[in-house]
Design a protein around this ligand. Sequence first.
Ligand SMILES: Nc1ncnc2c1ncn2[C@@H]1O[C@H](COP(=O)(O)OP(=O)(O)O)[C@@H](O)[C@H]1O
Ligand code: SF4
Ligand SMILES: [Mg+2]
Length: 330
Amino acid sequence: MSAAPALLEARGVTRDFRVGGGLLGRSATLRAVDDVDLDVRAGEVLTVVGESGSGKTTLGRCLLGLMRPTAGTVRFDGDEVGTAGRARTTFRRRVQPIFQNPYSSLDPRWPVARTVREPLDAFGIGTRPERDRRVGELLESVGLSQRHAEARPHELSGGQRQRVAIAAALALGPDLIVADEPVSALDVLVQAQILNLICDLQRELGVALVFITHDLAVVEHIADRVAVMYLGRIVESGPAAEVLTRPRHPYTRTLIDAIPQPDPRRRLEAGAVRGEIPSPLEPPTGCHFHPRCPLAIDVCRKDAPAMTEFGPGHVASCHVTAAELRTRGA
Ligand SMILES: Nc1ncnc2c1ncn2[C@@H]1O[C@H](COP(=O)(O)OP(=O)(O)O)[C@@H](O)[C@H]1O
Ligand code: SF4
Ligand SMILES: [Mg+2]
């Protein structure tokens, strides 16, 4: 693997929420993100994939410095994220978010041009005419025209609004974008267009991207590497092609099997993941996945499996597949 230091480095990131504590309810601690390690290198695409409730948004907010981890650290280019001072200003310039719902992330009163120009204004980049020219270029790069520049968010379609959000995210020429389900709120046909736009721009600009999604099917289109989350933990991560063709965690296998198949015969064979995702308030003991796992054995109920390396940069946490690897290796 590349020896280049990571641009973004998460170590042991954990985030708890206090929940309940109303009139009758006793308060409890919900661990949304549990001891996550992640590296994102310059220019690469890391997809974080998991079912709803697995902690993806909370992790994304920790990576963006929008939420403090309860434990662990996030570093960007060597500096801890969320600290004050010059590092924070640099971070705000070099790291940009794209959210699921462009409607809530755009100011409803502002015309498109103002939204896209705002980061340039905030950082005092260029003269006013230079900024206006840059806004025109940015709009063009996301497939919008001067015609849209004076429109307000409510006058645009969902896809156009997400294009505006992407243009604003690109305005400062960031080194890293963290996109949290950027196409999930859009119509299916528009999803593909916006996904393609993000892929094209990422390649063209060489910007690193953390792409958060519940849909494993997008991984092969976009990702260099993938991290699979289940109930707050990363259960498998590695090069995307490797994880998709040789998944080492049974949860990853079930996600792959659940990808809709164009061939109806294969579709019948492919089962969705058995059962519901358990409540993160009462996660299963040992391996969180054991109540749903077709391979579970006794030890899975008692002990959380450690990460095992299955190939260069490819790790997974499973007692059974790790034992298989040891047997084969012996
Ligand atoms: N502010 C919050 N307060 C309490 N619980 C939260 C809060 N934000 C998220 N959670 C809980 O944390 C878990 C992970 O949520 P989230 O990070 O949104 O997952 P995902 O994005 O994968 O759906 C869920 O059980 C969710 O209910
Ligand atoms: S550790 Fe056990 S329960 Fe967990 S994924 Fe592996 S076989 Fe299944
Ligand atoms: Mg989410």
